[in-house]
Design a protein around this ligand. Structure first.
Ligand code: NAD
Ligand code: UDP
Length: 314
């Protein structure tokens, strides 16, 4: 049994990760300030003697006696949420990374950073390989998130080089699944909730821009495999589903699956919205023996069922 800390553990991805780690028999401390997370996401773990929830903001140091592993996930991930208080977002990424790395140093824990495909910005190399340095606007409305995450990667590398901290960096591509909040604002949850309510489906721009959507269970498997690799392998490694779809194709699939009467409406494209995104997962296949197993239609079917049962859907 390991002592594992998950920052951002009450969020969408974090709550699935906490569940997996508790089920494997580990002791899990979930650190979260509940900005975009929800206690409902971890309700099922609360009675478990091997699960602790601590309401804490990672902008401030956290003390723990003994830890084997830290997963650093704390950070709002949906554009509407990370742009709500941009300064807070960058502090969460940068100070959060410093505080979690400091904790790893004190406890000699191994630490994994939940980085993002956003570090590639609006990519001119396609699909994106880990060796690509990206095309990020440093002064735009998305920069608080993109540059915060880039700086966090730099901090991880420097703590590793300077202090021999055992680190792992994963770059997560668009992930969806149960426990996303209906007001999360990201495209899959927006479209599914809109379709179930027969409301207009909001396409930003022409809908020709692409994303590659990964189901949550595939990501969790990849994350845990990455944490368990030999110390020499630190990444960064892409974790995503390489099947690429336009946003219009996604909308059509959601309408078809739900049998919705929703119509498509076109809204302005947000500033700096990346035109294309697709992971090259050669490295993950080789080093983690991992690749996604859940394709979009199957994953969409699951999230549709989740939101159908969700108590706020009328
Ligand atoms: P989420 O918003 O559901 O989860 C983030 C969690 O972090 C929430 O529970 C939130 O309350 C918590 N948090 C935010 N600021 C905090 C702070 N200052 N102190 C403590 N807790 C704080 O988003 P998610 O999709 O679960 O993303 C989790 C992580 O994975 C994030 O770091 C995100 O950048 C990364 N990621 C996610 C995706 C994706 O597609 N879901 C893609 C790339 C990277
Ligand atoms: N998007 C959209 N309608 C929505 C929400 C998002 O057309 O209601 C588009 C958005 O402009 C982007 C893509 O869907 O091109 C993915 O957006 P999301 O916020 O999910 O993720 P990110 O842009 O961070 O990859």
């Amino acid at each position: 049994m390991k002592n594992i800390l998950v920052s951002g553990g009450a969020g969408f991805i974090g709550s699935h990760l906490c569940t997996r780690l508790v089920n494997e028999g580990h002791h899990v401390i979930c650190l979260d300030n509940l900005f975009t997370g929800a206690e409902a996401n971890i309700e099922h773990l609360k009675g478990n003697a091997h699960f602790e929830f601590v309401n804490h903001d990672v902008e401030f140091p956290y003390h723990a006696e003994s830890l084997d592993e830290i997963y650093n996930l704390a950070c709002p991930a949906s554009p509407i949420h990370y742009q709500y208080d941009a300064i807070k977002t960058i502090k969460t990424s940068v100070l959060g990374a410093i505080n979690m790395l400091g904790l790893a140093k004190k406890t000699n824990a191994k630490i994994l950073q939940a980085s993002t495909s956003e570090i590639y910005g609006d990519p001119v190399v396609h699909p994106q390989v880990e060796s690509y340095w990206g095309n990020v606007n440093p002064i735009g409305p998305r920069s608080c998130y993109d540059e915060g995450k880039r700086c966090a990667e730099t901090l991880f590398m420097d703590y590793h080089r300077q202090n021999n901290i055992r680190i792992k960096i994963i770059r997560i591509f668009n992930t969806y699944g149960s426990r996303m909040l209906p007001n999360d604002g990201r495209v899959v949850s927006n479209f599914v909730v809109q379709a179930l309510k027969n409301r207009d489906i909001t396409i930003y721009g022409t809908g020709d821009q692409t994303r590659s959507f990964q189901y949550i269970d595939d990501l969790i498997e990849g994350m845990v495999r990455m944490m368990n690799t030999e110390d020499e392998f630190i990444g960064p490694v892409n974790l995503g589903n390489p099947n690429e779809f336009s946003i219009l194709e996604l909308a059509e699939k959601v309408i078809q699956l739900t049998g919705s009467k929703s119509k498509l409406v076109f809204k302005p494209l947000p500033h700096d919205d990346p035109k294309q995104r697709q992971p090259d997962i050669t490295l993950a296949k080789k080093k983690l023996n991992w690749q996604p197993t859940i394709e979009l239609e199957d994953g969409l079917h699951r999230i549709v069922e989740y939101f159908r049962d969700y108590r706020y859907i009328d």
